[in-house]
Structures are given as structure tokens and as C-alpha cells.
Ligand binder design. Structure first.
Ligand code: DHB
Length: 311
């Protein structure tokens, strides 16, 4: 059986739905080259600020059996570095340029720089970084969310998506979707890490990471049900022109299948990519293909958003 894994987001055609989650294996040109050379369908760049940043104090990332905690604090090489990379790399697969600025006004400057460049790929405006000391997540402030989108679309005409934090209340899904449907968004990426969790080491009685008293974004298996719920809740509320990149808790091909079943157009992988490295993408694709063959699904479209209720 011939299996077609291709998917599209805006003008970009992906040979398969797998992408690195922003912030994983994507800070330097060397790492980005490894992702471009891997079997990933697309590549995301580390969320860039206008100026380079070294990020928070170490230790700022830790793995445990069920996932990870991080409070990286946006270490990155600055937007110009990533803009240079994406406008000169070999274009063999789509690139998603991620930006995140602790000062919301800087996001508009960043968008203007991208607008004025020759970059033709997707831009992902990250409204959900939980780790900048003293700054809230814009995704949880609905007035600020609406305002930044109004300002962004006044100056930006290229394909734009946003990275959202997880929501936990059905009224929140309604209210956020109402706002998003007012804009010509190309996609949303849901979910970012579950913000401000806490992992502790009972032996040393210490937090696993140092910044912010140990609080950090939780990823990995812990967050998969939240990711499935956010993808599914938004798919049933957003207009069909807004595509969804589903992110959260992918460890195997079945997890990729489940996110697509819940409505994802593409799937990004964070914690497991951090642990396994870019060869992971081949394993995930092999497992997804095997499952699709068993279920007689020749393409992603044949099962996307087809989740049925229990009875
Ligand atoms: C960081 C973490 C995030 O979850 C994010 O969306 C952006 C940046 C960080 O701490 O670097």
C-alpha cells in the first residue's frame, strides 16, 4: 500500500507532518543544518528576540521519565542570525521562523524585519513563552492577544501563525477562537509547554532547575492529553483556513496519529527530540506508516479530524 504523508500549511508543502518544536535542536546553524539534513518534513528555528540572549542560569533543563522541565529564558542568536539562515539555506524543506519577544512592541519590529526580507516561509509568533522572568504569557491575556494580532496584521502580509499556551477551560477555547477567527492567520501551533510546573528531587530536596525558584515549562508524556484536547478544541472552533500544528507529548508514531486524528495538520516534537536527536524523525515516520498500513489509511487526510466519541 502506497502511503502519502504529505501535508500543507499555507503555501508550504511538507513531505511529511513532522517538525522540531521551536527551541529544540535549532539554536545554531549547525543544529539547523542537522534538522534540514534529517527526515523531518519541516524545520523551526529557535524563537528569536531582536538581540541575542544567553538565557537563564543553569541548570535550566531537566529530563525525567515522563517528560521534561525547562526554563531556558530564550537563549538565542538574535533575529538577524536566523533571518540570514533562512534566507540563505538550501530550501529543501519548509522553514518556520519563530520569534518571541519579552517586550510585545519588539514583536512588531521583528515582523517588520521579516516582512522586509526575502523570506517566503512561515513565521511563528510565539505568544506563550513561560520563562522570561517578570513577563506574563500574552496568550493568557486576551486583550493583549487581540491587540498584538491587530497590530501584526497591519504590517505583515506573509503567512503568519502563532504559538499558543495550553488552555484548560472550554470558555477559554471559545473566547480565544473568537479572537483568532477575526484574523487571516495561516496556522496556530498548540500547545507550548504547560507553564510553571515544578519538578523536585526527593533525595536532595532540591528543584531540578535553578531559575524562577524551580518553576518551568513541562513537556513530554505529561502533557499529551492537554495537547490532544487543545488541538481538538481549536479544530472544532477555528475557521478551516487556519491550520493547526499539534505539539505535545509525542514519543512514537501512534502519538503522531492521535494528534492528526484530533485535527492536526502537522506535528512538532520537543522533549523526545531533545532526548533522541534528529534520527528520531525516521523512527516516527516508520511507526506512523506502519499504523496507517494496518488501518488502511493511504493519506493523512483520510483520518485527520475523524475522532469519534466513545459509546
Ligand atoms: C522558551 C520557552 C518556551 O516555552 C518558549 O515558547 C520560548 C522560549 C525559553 O525558555 O527559552
Amino acid at each position: 500500500m502506497k502511503i502519502d504523508l504529505s501535508t500543507t500549511i499555507g503555501p508550504n508543502q511538507f513531505s511529511n507532518p513532522l517538525i522540531n518544536a521551536a527551541g529544540v535542536w535549532d539554536e545554531t546553524a549547525l543544529e539547523l543544518d542537522e534538522l534540514v539534513a534529517s527526515t523531518a518534513g519541516g524545520v523551526t528555528t529557535k524563537s528569536a528576540t531582536l538581540e541575542p540572549r544567553s538565557g537563564n542560569q543553569r541548570p535550566r533543563y531537566a529530563d525525567v521519565a515522563l517528560g521534561s522541565i525547562n526554563s531556558m529564558g530564550l537563549p538565542n542568536q538574535g533575529l538577524k542570525y536566523y533571518l540570514d539562515y533562512v534566507t540563505t539555506h538550501d530550501a529543501s524543506k519548509p522553514i518556520d521562523l519563530s520569534i518571541a519577544n519579552p517586550n510585545p512592541m519588539d514583536n512588531l519590529t521583528a515582523l517588520q524585519m521579516i516582512q522586509d526580507s526575502s523570506f517566503q516561509g512561515l513565521t511563528e509568533l510565539n505568544l506563550s513563552c513561560p520563562n522570561v522572568i517578570g513577563k506574563p504569557q500574552i496568550g493568557y491575556d486576551l486583550a493583549a492577544l487581540k491587540q498584538i494580532l491587530q497590530q501584526a496584521f497591519k504590517l505583515f502580509t506573509k503567512p503568519l501563525g502563532i504559538k499558543l499556551p495550553p488552555y484548560f477551560d472550554l470558555q477559554q477555547f471559545d473566547a480565544v477562537a473568537d479572537i483568532l477567527n477575526q484574523f487571516p492567520l495561516t496556522f496556530i501551533n498548540t500547545i507550548n509547554s504547560v507553564g510553571n510546573g515544578l519538578l523536585v528531587d526527593p533525595a536532595s530536596e532540591r528543584t531540578l532547575i535553578e531559575p524562577k525558584g524551580g518553576f518551568g515549562g513541562i513537556g513530554g508524556a505529561y502533557v499529551k492529553p492537554v495537547a490532544l484536547a487543545n488541538v481538538h478544541a481549536f479544530r472544532s472552533r477555528l475557521k478551516p483556513t487556519i491550520k493547526i500544528i499539534g505539539t505535545g507529548g509525542v514519543r512514537n508514531g501512534t502519538d503522531v496519529f492521535e494528534l492528526i486524528l484530533c485535527g492536526a495538520d502537522a506535528v512538532s516534537v520537543g522533549t523526545t527530540l531533545m532526548q533522541a536527536g534528529p534520527q528520531l524523525f525516521t523512527k516516527l515516520q516508520d511507526e506512523l506508516i506502519q499504523l496507517m498500513v494496518q488501518k488502511h489509511y493511504p493519506s493523512l487526510a483520510t483520518f485527520r479530524n475523524q475522532l469519534k466519541a466513545a459509546h
